[in-house]
Design a protein around this ligand. Structure first.
Ligand code: AMP
Length: 280
């Protein structure tokens, strides 16, 4: 069944009110659309845990650092609704701008610490934009549960933190990264890759796996890092913003996986910024 598309906050509240009164679990999957199997895995997980599921589609201007990136971001609403059909979700919330940022909007939600590294440094303001919109989406939908991908692991940490810190009453669930057959992490931005760049893109994940195997064998991270950077550059990656080994808990850097650790990468390939992370 095609789920109803809800565009305004009053409509959304009218939909969720009876669910709240009946003490139902309301699961929310926040997305920016251009849905792929990664997003759909979150929807499937939400359906397992919750009585009602809302998918939100909002290309949030506050989390983009460049006008160009915002303008080029893929928008495929009709296809998205069709892809959601088989999941029988209760509603697709596609707020127009003023539902989220009405005139005079002047509040920012900012999470300290976790946002001081990686994308927090390379995309100034990005996590404030994410934290602000996620807070609004949780409260607008009255979410008891929300589903986020480990693909954006730092974002998952930030959102988990803010839900706890602000007593939003929303439990945040992290879900594993879904990949293409060649290992490339699914991402809406992959649509922006040229055919030639698409062939090269899996190198990022491949190099991360090689580093992970080296770490398991006891090789020093600095050596593995140097080799991977060289090979990524040879493969056509231009700017490798970070390729870090960090604690999975607090994102502090590590020299070796002495506690639960992840490898994190962000790199540019022919004008497209790719990010990925794996457990080590
Ligand atoms: P986005 O539309 O890119 O803002 O992503 C919406 C949600 O989908 C976020 O929680 C992402 O982490 C998640 N997501 C994006 N790509 C993947 C993927 N390949 N596997 C699992 N989750 C993903």
């Amino acid at each position: 069944m095609i789920a109803p598309i809800i565009r305004t906050l009053p409509e959304l509240r009218a939909t969720t009110k009876p669910w709240q009164l009946a003490d139902k679990r309301i699961g929310v999957v926040p997305t920016m659309g251009a849905l792929h199997d990664g997003h759909l895995s979150l929807v499937a997980e939400a359906k397992k845990h919750c009585d009602h599921v809302i998918v939100t589609i909002f290309v949030n201007p506050k989390q983009f650092n460049s006008e160009e990136d915002l303008k080029n971001y893929p928008r495929t609403e009709e296809d998205d609704a069709r892809k959601l059909e088989r999941f029988d979700v209760d509603a697709i919330y596609v707020p127009d701008g003023p539902q989220i940022y009405p005139d005079g909007f002047s509040t920012t939600v900012s999470v300290a610490g976790l946002t001081d590294v990686m994308d927090g440094v390379h995309r100034p303001g990005h996590f404030d934009g994410v934290a602000t919109v996620v807070t609004k989406l949780f409260t607008q939908t009255s979410a008891t549960d929300a589903f986020f991908g480990e693909k954006d692991f730092q974002q998952l940490q930030v959102v988990t933190r803010l839900a706890r810190d602000l007593d939003l009453g929303t439990t945040v669930h992290g879900c594993p990264t879904i990949r293409e057959i060649d290992g490339l992490a699914m991402s809406s931005r992959n649509l922006l890759l040229s055919d030639r760049a698409r062939v090269k893109a899996p190198a990022l994940f491949e190099e991360m796996e090689i580093i992970a195997a080296g770490l398991t064998a006891g090789d020093p991270f600095s050596d593995l890092h140097a080799v991977a950077v060289k090979r990524l550059k040879a493969a056509g990656f231009t700017d490798i913003e970070y390729l870090d080994l960090r604690s999975a808990d607090d994102l502090t850097t590590l020299d070796a996986p002495t506690r639960p650790a992840r490898l994190f990468a962000a790199a540019w390939l022919v004008g497209v910024r790719l990010i990925d992370n794996i457990a080590v």
